[in-house]
Design a protein around this ligand. Structure first.
Ligand SMILES: *Cc1c(COP(=O)(O)O)cnc(C)c1O
Length: 375
């Protein structure tokens, strides 16, 4: 059996968790949280990285920091995870979906401007599969209309757009360290705060709305309630688990890319024959092999392919059901313009096994099985 996903484990995690336990500091913001944050700040160049309890919570924090209020509108793709939308719905916002580009499955930057009204407050690009959205165009639109940009970079850790780390380009960037992501702490995430002006408020919102972080730095002599907030900081035990992977983030990235490239090279013939489609990586992007997907001709072929792979012991899965067609989507959102690609492309997409530790031999088995299917 080849699983679709196995959570990353490098071997040092238990040692680091033991160190955290022995340090008698297992709540948030201990040595491992600091180490993870510094490492992410260094590689992304962001002003401030704060670990959080999930990618979802990073998005919720970003919605608070972007001052999203009742009646505001937020633009995003419908082809995404529920949390991208929920974080803003929780603040009372209405979600405005626009169509995706069929080549990257990312928001179509050319359709954003048409969705802007006088209620629009923010754009939320989702870097699907760790491949960057067209950020230059998106940042330009945001600047011209005075909008915030919150990057859902849950899948984008170690992905880059024009040399800039995904998550470090907009006002805020949201990472996930869920067990299905490239780097994991079980449940967890991080928020990148890219403007100096938002850093202090970010620390306050994350610490239940108090200035406890300043208190611990000796900048104030007592800590108190300053703002809205919640408990967004993870335990040291989780941070210790994550640190073991972040320490070798390049190695993990390279290993994943090896599998990704192998899949790509060995499935190219089927794509050339027009039987499947492979993903497209724009030249501006260097991706992190978060996901390897193929697109079949239609939903029917996809269903057959997934069962065929399953019969041969290979776990492959489809992905998002577009949010605008869900029960909550009908209540909280509208789709601006035509759904030309969101539904159609989502029905064709299948993800193949991809995780740290997957071997090229296993990839070979999977590729052979797909060839058999198409014979
Ligand atoms: C995983 C994911 C999230 C949510 O992250 P959690 O850590 O599971 O809360 C949000 N958006 C996208 C695009 C994701 O892939």
């Amino acid at each position: 059996m080849i699983n679709f996903n196995i959570p990353p484990y490098t071997g040092k995690e238990l040692d680091y968790i033991k160190q955290a336990v022995e340090s008698r500091k297992i709540c948030g913001d201990g040595q491992f949280t600091k180490k993870c944050q510094e490492l992410i700040e260094e590689y992304t160049g962001t002003k401030k990285c704060l670990l959080t309890t999930s990618g979802t919570d990073s998005l919720e924090m970003a919605a608070v920091l972007a001052d999203i209020k009742e009646g505001d509108e937020v633009i995003m793709p419908s082809y995404t995870f529920v949390s991208t939308a929920n974080a803003f719905v929780l603040r009372g916002a209405k979600i405005v979906f626009v169509d995706i580009r069929p080549d990257t499955m990312n928001i179509d930057e050319k359709l954003i401007e048409d969705a802007i009204t006088d209620k629009t407050k923010a754009i939320v690009p989702v870097h699907y599969a760790g491949v960057g959205c067209e950020m230059d165009a998106i940042m330009e639109i945001a600047k011209n209309h005075g909008l915030k940009v919150i990057e859902d970079a849950a899948q984008g850790v170690m992905g880059f757009y024009k040399g800039k780390a995904l998550g470090s380009i907009g006002d805020f960037g949201c990472y996930s360290f869920h067990e299905t992501k490239n780097y994991s702490m079980g449940e967890g995430g991080a928020i990148l705060i890219n403007n100096e002006n938002d850093v202090l408020r970010g620390e306050i919102v994350r610490e239940k709305g108090t200035n406890r972080s300043q208190f611990f730095r000796g900048q104030v002599d007592k800590y108190t309630w300053m703002d809205v907030g919640s408990s967004f900081l993870p335990s040291e035990l989780n941070a210790a688990y994550l640190y073991a992977q972040l320490e070798i983030k390049e190695k993990i990235n390279e290993e994943r890319l090896k599998c990704w490239n192998f899949y790509y090279e060995n499935l190219k013939d089927l794509a050339e024959k027009g039987l499947i489609e492979l993903s497209f990586i724009p030249k501006e992007c260097s991706h992190n092999a978060h996901m390897f997907y193929i697109k079949t001709e239609n939903l029917e072929v996809r269903t057959k392919l997934i069962s065929y792979l399953k019969e041969h012991g290979i776990g492959s899965v489809f992905h998002y059901v577009p949010l605008h067609s869900s029960p909550a989507g009908e209540k909280f959102s509208r789709f601006n313009g035509e759904d030309k690609y969101t539904t159609k492309e989502s029905e064709r997409l299948t993800r193949l096994p991809m995780y740290y530790g997957l071997t090229l031999q296993q990839c070979g088995q999977i590729v052979d099985c797909i060839h058999e299917f198409y014979k």
